[in-house]
Write a protein that binds this ligand. Sequence first.
Ligand SMILES: NC(=O)c1ccc[n+]([C@@H]2O[C@H](COP(=O)([O-])OP(=O)(O)OC[C@H]3O[C@@H](n4cnc5c(N)ncnc54)[C@H](O)[C@@H]3O)[C@@H](O)[C@H]2O)c1
Length: 341
Amino acid sequence: MNDIGIGAIGLGRLGYVHALNIARTPSAKLIAVCDVQEELARQTAREFRCAYYTDVRKMLENNEIDAVCVATPTAYHVEPVTAVAEAKKPLFCEKPLADNLADTLHLAQVIKEAGILCQMGFQRRFDPPVAQAAQMIREGDIGKPTYITSFSRDPFPPPPWACDPNKGGGLFFDMLIHDFDLARFLMQDEMISIYGDETNLVVESEGIERFADNVTVSFRFKNGALGTAHASMHASYGYDVRGEVYGERGNLIIGGLHRTELTLCSPAKGITNPTTFHPQGKLPHFMIRFKEAYELEMNAFVDCVIHNTATAVNEDDAVQAFKIALAATQSADEKRPMTIE
Ligand SMILES: NC(=O)c1ccc[n+]([C@@H]2O[C@H](COP(=O)([O-])OP(=O)(O)OC[C@H]3O[C@@H](n4cnc5c(N)ncnc54)[C@H](O)[C@@H]3O)[C@@H](O)[C@H]2O)c1
């Protein structure tokens, strides 16, 4: 089969990373890039020697494009995702699918009705220590998982839209949504209730009406397992993403401060570092910390398109993670635990 031709929409922080990875993915070819900022689109196209567009639908007329990557700000996913579904092209879409529940449910339906493959940008599932932890849990290394915890701490605030819950941002929707997806993935169960809380203690709100620089959640799974998570945007020492899955016969510690590692604690095997990933001299930001995960998720997407196989994380996962983030936000508003559908 010929290489899969891909068009990349949105060339900001993450869109550029995806364009780069598409260009480097075996069996894929970056055919075109698209951004409403014409100069950015032109420059990026020059770098990757591909076509450029400022209009999504015009780009989709390019018949060398077999599949599309959408990395516009969350509040601007509806138009490109709808256009991609109408064009019946496989879709890679950044998380969250949309900035509100109605649009999230609508887009999931549009994707299903179009019958297209959809992979969501929950790259942490592809992070090597996470993928290995998931396998070890499946193989029973820690017995029944009973508790999960995670930290997602940015060294500084993301762009203003990503701090604003009214634009698809804020720490519940933009950041902890990764932790919610991972909790479902690693615990192999659905959350049924969540308690969320938020505060603003360090970072200037810059006029954003509802602004939090620290949030926490405490949640419960259907099978009775428990979890907590914390997100922040002022980790003065660097990007800090770690977690643990604690079970009846051990503990998996995912991530470390100086390198990204996976540690197993169990009576049978003692405390082991089965693998150490990416030794790093300092704490990296997300593009470095998840560099390999972003590459692996794009490889996986291309593989699914070539073989027409189901993606590992799809629109249904996007809907579920969004519902959890929404329940956490409502809980923080109402100061009481919320049930998750
Ligand atoms: N998976 C992750 O780790 C991760 C990390 C960061 C961001 N994201 C997600 O990626 C998406 C993009 O975030 P970002 O931080 O890269 O945004 P950004 O603000 O850095 O860049 C967005 C780009 O999209 C362009 N754009 C806006 N509307 C457009 C349209 N209608 N058509 C074409 N281009 C358009 C903008 O000009 C800009 O260049 C968001 O959904 C965000 O949640 C995911």
